[in-house]
Structures are given as structure tokens and as C-alpha cells.
Design a protein around this ligand. Sequence first.
Ligand code: BF8
Length: 680
Amino acid sequence: MSEEKKVVKKAVEKAEKVADPVAATIDPASQQMIRRAQELKIDTCFDRAVKMKPCNIGATGICCKNCGMGPCRLTLPKDYDEATDIQTRKGICGASANTVAARNFIRMIAGGAAAHSDHGRCVAEVFLSAARKETDAYQIKDTRKLLEIAPALDVATTVEVDGKQVDRDIDEIALEVGEKAIEEWGKPHGELLYAKRAPKARYELWKKLGVVPRNIDREIVEIMHRTHIGVDQDYKNLMKQGTRAAIADGWGGSMLATDLQDVLFGTPYPLTSEANLGVLREDHVNLVIHGHEPILSEMIVVVAQRPEIVEYAKSKGAKGIQLSGICCTANEILQRHGVPLCGTFLQQELAIITGAVDAMVVDIQCIFQNVANVANCFHTKLITTHPIARMEQDNVVHIEFDEHHALEDAEKIVRLAIDNFQNRRSEVMIPKQKSPIVAGFGVESVEYHLGGTFRGSYYTLNDNIINGRIRGIGGVVGCNNARTRHNEGHIQVVKELIKNDVIVLTTGCNAIACAMEGLLTPESAKVYCGPGLAEVCETVGIPPVLHVGSCVDNSRILLAATEVVKAGGLGNDISDVPVAGSAPEWMSEKAISIGHYFVVSGVYTVFGVNLPVTGAPKFQRYLFEEFEKMYGGMWDLEVDPIAHAQKMIAHIDKKRKALGIDKARERVLMDMADRQRLEA
Ligand code: BF8
């Protein structure tokens, strides 16, 4: 065979390689859609992951492409010797593997913090417009939450009149909150105001270590400066800046996004809904909302409920309008309106492959460019809406969304979806799988459910941790990753935790995975939990896995942990509490930023899949071991989901022992024979 023929044969073989649906995902609905895509010869991320092998040098964190002399690949030698590594393994400029891995790592933090924080900035701008009454579409809805966050932004809620303190005008407070909030991104002096929302001991530790952020943008910019060729060449100093930027994300941009969204759109309280591709309805106009900022999706929810719009849909032959969500926008409109979850990050192409999606509207983050190619194979209109997130394909419609005419823009989008209903051209195939869920927990509703209106604190949660019914708290979050079986890691980690009496707080795509698996129902407690957690869930009527929102809402987990500290009995800082974090299937830079702000807030945090640090063992040890000495929290990597959960449980037990509450749990876990012996 000629060389040319060999090349063509290889290319054909490569092109024909497709994913095994069962190996690709644990979800039967997704398996069905992957098969359907393959029949239709439409490639999905699952097929592309089979065809494209990852670069092992990049994946282990030791490829430097920060200047034009590289990329320099600092492959880990078989005879790696830490003593000589710094002299023998270096880039053209001399950068060591530790420097390269740390630079890459904090650039990921910068990317993630920028994404969350730019989202937060956009919300703050809309908030300010609403406070100034420049827009009718957005109003200050949750005044209770406004009054709660105002003091943290140094905004007074009362004013002195005739020697007495009286309530200040709510519009005035909102305006000042908006102005103060927006300053957090770029103020020239002072420090991030929300840093003081952390437990006092944590804030003081950050102060001592010099990592309290100055403002949000500055910390991100400084990462880009320090990682430029020839600037910071000390992995410890690089990580110090990575830490400052991560705190600016978790306790800054993300926390402000969550708070201001709650004030504008309402603080979530538990509600019921459904999850998975089966929420699409053949006889309805299906409009799928995908992305992250609720600024757009909130308006679509409003417009889609208007009677004249529903009538318009009926005039086109549909029975109504079915909204559903993908990715974190899904979590946002679920937690405030009960709009069902259509799927996770890896299901975005699969939703269109059902043939039932009349329009998919996207804003920012986690949107595959390939959704445009998939949409082109169907009648689906793909609509981009954000000036910073457009697509090159010709079939994409761009309707730029502007808060000043938000409702008009939303109406244009909904009508486009309705008008497209009659254009369905291929056979519709909607998987039947969907699971009932209870979602919409927040710091406030956890307090209500586990503390009651009488106490109004985290006392009951703490009490159940102290008496051992609840062993500890797991924050399990993050993405899906096409390099690992979709949802398998998420579900195995969460099931192992709840089986061992660890209550789980979840966000992001982990929350959607748990929803699809039926873990977000109070009934699941009886099936999957250990006896202690099952008893608490049954008594209080909550699921063992609490959906606390989207990825920016990981800030809710930080504040919940802070409330646990404040309620007393479990130490003085987050690092004392029996809590552990996890992202079993992470893939985004946002996940790295989240992981790092969990770690430096005092939480032991385990990631699955891989971490781009393993090519620089000394740097890896710094993150995995030495961070614990400084921050009380540290990174870890564990690919096996059961071992992953067990490591979290071991950490939780270590904290229980340090608090002197390990004995209480041994008592709780007496079996029936033990009890009978005692009674006798
Ligand atoms: O912000 S969990 S895949 S959707 S990055 Fe993206 Fe990851 Fe999903 Fe939400 Ni978060």
C-alpha cells in the first residue's frame, strides 16, 4: 500500500472511531441519544474524546507556552530526582518545572476567577440600573436579603433622626449597596469588604499570611503579570497570588453575584421539579436555556408565562411552552422558579439530537462551539446573546441582550422559538427518563429546615454533627469531563458519602447529576443513607443531598460553613469543622479557582480525573501537604470514586477526633443487639 493510501486509511479509521455509549455515560437517556447521534452520523463530545488523546505533558502541568521561545515541555524524567531537578529540567529561560506548573495553575485560577467575577460584575451593573430605576424589567425583590448584606458592604440600614435610630429608606440602601458592590471590582484602596464575612480566625489568618484581596480585578491582573516571562519564579510566591485571587473569587465576585442575584430575583427556597432529557415535551415549544447569568434567563421565564405568548404558541399548533435548562443557568432558574433541568454540561449536544429543541439560547461559559454544528443538522435555532460570547458559524442567530430593553429582547427570543416549532423536520426522539427533585436550598433555608424559626440558627445541624447522627458535611461540586464516564464519579462519590452519614451540599453539574439520579428527594434518604443521616432527613423532611445552586453559589457553601462555626461547638474556624470538598469530574478553570478558595478557606478538597500538577512533584507536595500547615485545608487527587469519598470521610473523622466528638458517633452507630444489651 502506498504511503498516501496508508495516510488516508488511517484518517478514515480515525474518523470512524466512535464512543461506546455505555462506557461514555451511566445515564440511559444519554446513552440513547449518543446512539441516535451515531446513527445520524453527528459527532458529539463523547466521540471526539475517543478520537483525541490528551497531551500528557500539558495534562501534568509542565508545558510552558507563556512566550515565543516555547512551548517548552519539561517532561518528568523516569529517574526523577528532586535534588537535581531544578538544574536539570528547565525551560529555555531556565524556568523550573515547579515554576511552570505553578504559573499554569494560577493562570487557571485567574481564568476561573475572571469568569465568575465578570458574571458578578454584570449582575452588579444590572443591580445598579435597577436601584437607579433605569429599567422596569429588574426590581429589588428581596429586601430582607438586601438588609442582610448591606452591613457587610459598610452600608448603614438605619439613620439617626432626633437622637433615635430609624429605618433607612430601602431605595437609598439599594443604591448605596449597588455603588459599594461595584467598587469591589476596582477600588484603589483598602481590601475586599466581604473577606470579613469569613470566621474571624480565618480572616486573621489571611491577614497574617498577606492574602486578603485588595480588589477583585487587581488580583486577576497581577496573576497575568506575575506569570509573564521573567517575573515571579518562586512557586510559593506564585501560589500566594493564586490564593489572593481565589479568595477574591469565592468571597468576592462569586459571593457578590449570588447575593445580588438573590436580592434581584429572590432568595431560593425549596421547590419541586424534574431533571433529565425527558423533561422535553414533543407537543410543546421547547426552549432550552444554556449558560450562566440569570439576568437573561429570568426575563425569558417572565415572558414565557405571559398569557398572550402562551396563546401565540398554541396558535402555532403547540400545547404550550416548555422551558428547561442546561448547565448553571439551569440551576439558577430551577432554584428560583422550578424550571426543570434538561441536562449537564455533557448533555448540551444530546438535547438538540432529540430533534425537539426549537431554540437553544446561550449566554456565557461552558457552551460547546459544536452545538452550532449539531443545531445545523436539525431545525433548532441557536441564539447567542452576549457581546463577549459569539460563534463563527453562519447558522447562529445573535440577539444582543441589554438590560435596558430586557423584556423586549426576551420576547424576541421566545417568539423565535415559537415560530420555529412548525419547522421540525426530523423524527423527534425524546428519552423517557426524568427524575423528580426537590431543589433550592440556601444558607437561609438550611437554617430554617435544620434550625427552625424558633431557634433560627445552625444549632440543630451542629447538634446532629456533635451527637454523630450526621458525621460531617461534604461539598460536592463541579463539572462533567468527557475524559471520564459521565456522572459515574459524581454519583459514586455522593452515594458513598451519604451511606456514611455525610450530608452533601451540591452545586453545578454535580447537582444536576444528583438530580438525574433521584438523590434530591427526601425519599432517597431511606434508600441510600446511613442510619444517622436517614433519621435526620426523615425527621426534617429534607433530601440527603441539598441542591444549593449554580457554581457561583459555591459561596453559599462557604457561608453555610461560616454559620456552622458561628453556631458554636465545632471550633473557631472552617478548618475545625468536619467538612470536606470534592469535584469528582472537574474540567473548567472555574473549578480550579473554586477548589483553591475551598482549600484556603480551610477545607480539604479532593479532585477526580487528574490535576495539572503531577509533573512537578515538589509543587504538588506543596499543595497537597504544606498547604494544610498554613491554611488547615489542602488539595488532593483521587481518581477512584470510592477511595475519593473514603479520603473525605477520613478527613471528616480526623476533624471529629480533634474536636473530641469521635466517641459520640461510636455510640450512635450501636446496632440493635447493642441497644438490647444496654436496655437489659
Ligand atoms: O459553572 S459545573 S461544567 S456548568 S463550570 Fe460548567 Fe463545570 Fe458545569 Fe456551571 Ni461550573
